[in-house]
Structure formats: C-alpha cells, structure tokens
Design a protein around this ligand. Structure first.
Ligand SMILES: Cc1cc2nc3c(=O)[nH]c(=O)nc-3n(C[C@H](O)[C@H](O)[C@H](O)COP(=O)(O)O)c2cc1C
Length: 463
C-alpha cells in the first residue's frame, strides 16, 4: 500500500519569506500585512485538502557583530515581521479543517503564558493547533530585545527547553481531570474544585506554581512539532516531538536522519511511528519541464550572495564573507544554531566556505529543491517519501505569494491523489466533524497525546 503524504505549507508573516522576493509582481510585497491576504491563502489550502499551514517565526533579525546589516531592512530579509499567532483565530474562523502550526521559542517566553496561549487557540480552533518548539534563531538580537543578560550555551538552551516543555505539559495534561469542567447550571457549579490539581515546578530553569486557567481542550496539548537538528536537537525531538520538521537535502541523508530520530525515540520507549517527519520542499512546477526550469531560473535571479550571507549570519552567528573562502566547513564552530553548519559538514567535510555561500544563495534554509513537469514532480515526491521514511512535505514559497502553491494544487495534487498518496476529495465532508490536527498527522491515533508519550508519566508536581 502506498503511504499517505501529509501536506503543509511553510510560511512566515513577513514580506518575502526569507530571501528578497517581495519586489516580484508574483510576490506579496504589498499585502503580506493584510489579514485578507492570509485568509485567502488559508481558504485555498483548506479547499485543496492541505493538512496544515505552518508559520516559522522569530523575535530577532539578522545581525553582524550586534548591528543590523543594511540589507536586512533595505531588502526585507525576514524583516519586518508580524506575530502570526495573533492571526490564527481569524484564519481558523474562515476555514474548516486546516490545521495551524505556530513557532514559539522556549528561550525568552514563559511556559505558563505559552501554555495558556496555545490552549486558548486549541479551544478556539476546535483542536487544529500545533506548536513548533524552537530554542530560537537570531538569538543574540532576541536576547537584546528582551533584556536577557545570562546567555546560555547551545546545549543549555535545550536543557532549559526540556524544563519549559515539562512545565507546559503539566498544565495541559495534569491540572484538570477530564470530567472537572461540569458547567452544571442547576447546581451552580462551573468546575469541580476537587478535580483540579495545582502544578508545582521547581526546575533548574523554570519555576511555576498554580492551577491552569484553561479547561481541557480538544487536544489538551497542541501537536508538538520541533525544528533544530543538531545532535542535541535530535535527542530533544526523539523525546518530545510528534512531528519533526527537517530540511531534507538528499534522500540518503534524510533517510539517515529519519532513522536516527526514530531509533532514539524507540530507545526512549516510544513507537517509531509516533514521530512523524516532515520535510521542507521548494516545488517549481509548470505544464512542461522546460517551462518549470525557466521559472526556477527566473526565481534564482532574484537571489543575491550578500543577502544569503546576511541570512546565514543571522542563523549561525558566522559571517562567512569575513572568512577566507578556502576555510573548511569542519573548522567552523558556532554556539548558535548548529543545524546549518552540520548539514554542510555531513554532506562533505572538505567543503569550503566559498562553496557554502554559493549553495546557500539558492537553497537558503530550504529542503528538497524539486523542479519539473507535474508527473516529474509527483514521481520525485514519491521517491523522497518512499526512499527516506518521511511522512509529509511542507511546501516552501518561491516568489513569495501563493503562486507556487497554486501551481502545485492545480498540477500535482490531482496526480498524487490518483496515486493514493493524498486523501480522496470529500474525505472531510460537511456532515463529519473536522479532525483535530493530531488525527491528521497521526491518523492511527486519537485527538490526545498517545500513552507512549512521556507527558503521560509526568504529574502536576515536579517532585
Ligand atoms: C527546519 C528548521 C526550521 C526552524 N524554524 C525556526 C523558526 O521558525 N524560528 C526560530 O526561532 N528558529 C527556528 N529554527 C531554529 C531551531 O529551531 C533551533 O532552535 C536552532 O536551530 C538551534 O538548534 P540546532 O542547533 O539544533 O539547530 C529552525 C530550525 C530548523 C532546522
């Protein structure tokens, strides 16, 4: 039987989703900050049967030695940006089945506020919400914006993320019994106080005490996504994530990555299938292969080396333009995001800084780059999924507006559907109640975290 492919779209609420494509007429330079733009996009994805719309997000922006390089503002490199979480309730109101995944960091936020926001969204969306847990990119600017002085090392940030998530899980999963919210008008009892439990956390990184203000929601815990693929990031994903977001570069490396995360998850007592893996993919499709490649060339012309260098520096803290182009990738070290540097080092330890920049200009932080006719694209997606064990793909925009998604919906979705890779149309008929995001990502399970998740073994009190 062919595997069903989960489908998502990777977005950021900024003018260009990364590289400066906002000037292109197909881009969204003029309407990225209008709610109507995002509503129209969400409706299109909902109608086409997509599983979720994913928002990457960060408080920070790229800096070099503490200063924002001119390109960031001038070329709109992930800047300026709005807070996508504030749009989710409106987008959910305008859609029926589409899930929403929002990125929120474990560094500068407080667990209780994060738990309350996601629980609120889970109630308001009827269980269509997921949280992409990140220890954060653009960390130095974020710390400055929030006045954080005690800087943690890369691995300490993941230790703090463990404490952070545990605190949220105690509130979501253990503060209210399932039958605590009685809403009994006749007896005048809203909630049964005997069925509420006080959370008490006194961890190395987090302290929090009290009863959760939000009663149990359809999923209780939002679907836990994770992005960040350093060794420590993978361990975190294997322990906690229900869906891992990777930027697959080749079938072989993605297969190794998937196998590693699943093996670590199994070692920790989880089932391999409890951890879905979703890869980013930039798809350029047109009726013929020649047209698709021409479109890709046109897109690549918008991308410049100095912008790429700025974006690379924002993520890793490394200014590659200031290094000898012959420097080897294995000699680079960063205490910020390690995913990117490790990606190149794993590909080829002998790779030089000059080559990294060249490749980063067109690939940036993206996953598989797929260009071709509708059948070629469908074949390649099937090869990726079958060859790597990946469960889903997240489409990355090219020119910035909905152009690339629309072409995919018109030209590729019907083929994948015919091949049994996507749900048949009408799966979500008007009579049935919408599935939660968790049931879309893990169709074998229910709306709540499975028993094998470590959240079940926690309790309201940390000790
Ligand atoms: C695929 C992918 C997507 C990411 N998306 C975000 C994001 O939207 N916001 C953010 O602050 N960090 C994001 N990050 C950064 C990581 O989540 C992580 O916190 C950071 O890279 C440090 O961990 P690492 O060394 O394991 O990569 C992303 C990383 C990856 C690999």
């Amino acid at each position: 039987m062919s595997t069903r492919i989960a489908l998502g779209v990777f977005e950021m609420m900024n003018p260009s989703n990364g590289m400066p494509t906002w000037t292109d007429p197909r881009g969204r330079g003029d309407d990225w900050d209008r709610l109507e733009y995002w509503i129209a996009l969400a409706r299109e994805l909902d109608a086409a049967g997509f599983d979720f719309l994913f928002f990457a997000d960060t408080y920070g922006y790229a800096t070099l030695e503490g200063i924002m390089p001119e390109q960031v503002a001038a070329h709109g490199i992930q800047f300026p940006a709005l807070d996508p979480m504030l749009a989710i309730a409106a987008l959910a109101r305008e859609t029926r089945d589409l899930g929403f995944v929002v990125t929120s960091p474990t560094t500068v936020e407080k667990p209780y506020a994060t738990a309350r926001r996601f629980a609120t969204l889970d109630r308001l969306t009827g269980g269509r919400i997921g949280w992409n847990i990140v220890t954060g990119s653009s960390q130095s600017t974020t710390d400055e914006l929030f006045g954080v002085t005690a800087q943690l090392s890369h691995d300490e940030r993941y230790d703090a993320a463990d404490d952070f998530l545990d605190t949220c899980l105690r509130y979501w999963e253990h503060s209210w019994d399932d039958d605590a919210e009685v809403r009994d008008r006749a007896r005048g009892v809203y909630a049964d106080p005997a069925k509420l439990h006080r959370v008490e956390v006194a961890g190395a990184h987090q302290r929090s005490r009290g009863v959760f203000a939000v009663p149990p929601t359809p999923q209780r815990t939002p679907v836990l996504f994770q992005a960040g693929t350093s060794d420590r990031g993978r361990a975190y994903a294997a322990r906690n994530a229900e869906a891992v977001f990777i930027q697959g570069q080749s079938i072989a490396s993605a297969a190794a990555h998937v196998a590693d995360i699943r093996a670590q998850a199994e070692k920790g007592g989880r089932a391999a299938r409890d951890v879905a893996v979703v890869t980013g993919a930039t798809v350029t499709v047109a009726p013929t292969s020649t047209e698709a490649h021409a479109l890709r060339t046109e897109y690549e012309r918008l991308l410049a080396l100095d912008d790429a260098a700025v974006m690379f520096a924002g993520i890793t803290g490394l200014d590659l333009t200031g290094l000898d182009p012959a420097t080897r990738v294995v000699d680079l070290h960063t205490d910020l995001g390690q995913t990117l540097v490790q990606r190149y080092a794993r590909q080829n330890p002998d790779m030089r800084v000059g080559e990294i920049l060249d490749s980063f200009r067109t690939r940036a932080i993206r996953g598989f780059q797929i260009t071709g006719s509708p059948v070629e694209v469908a074949d390649e997606i099937e090869a990726i999924v079958d060859g790597s064990g990946i469960d889903g793909i997240m489409l990355e925009p090219t020119f910035g507006g909905p152009h690339a998604y629309r072409a995919f919906i018109e030209l590729v979705v019907p083929i994948l559907r015919e091949r049994g890779r996507l749900d048949p149309p009408g799966t979500e008929d008007a009579e049935s109640s919408p599935r939660t995001l968790r049931e879309r990502i893990h169709p074998h399970g229910g709306p709540r975290l499975p028993d094998s998740h470590r959240a079940r073994r926690l309790s309201a009190r940390s000790k």
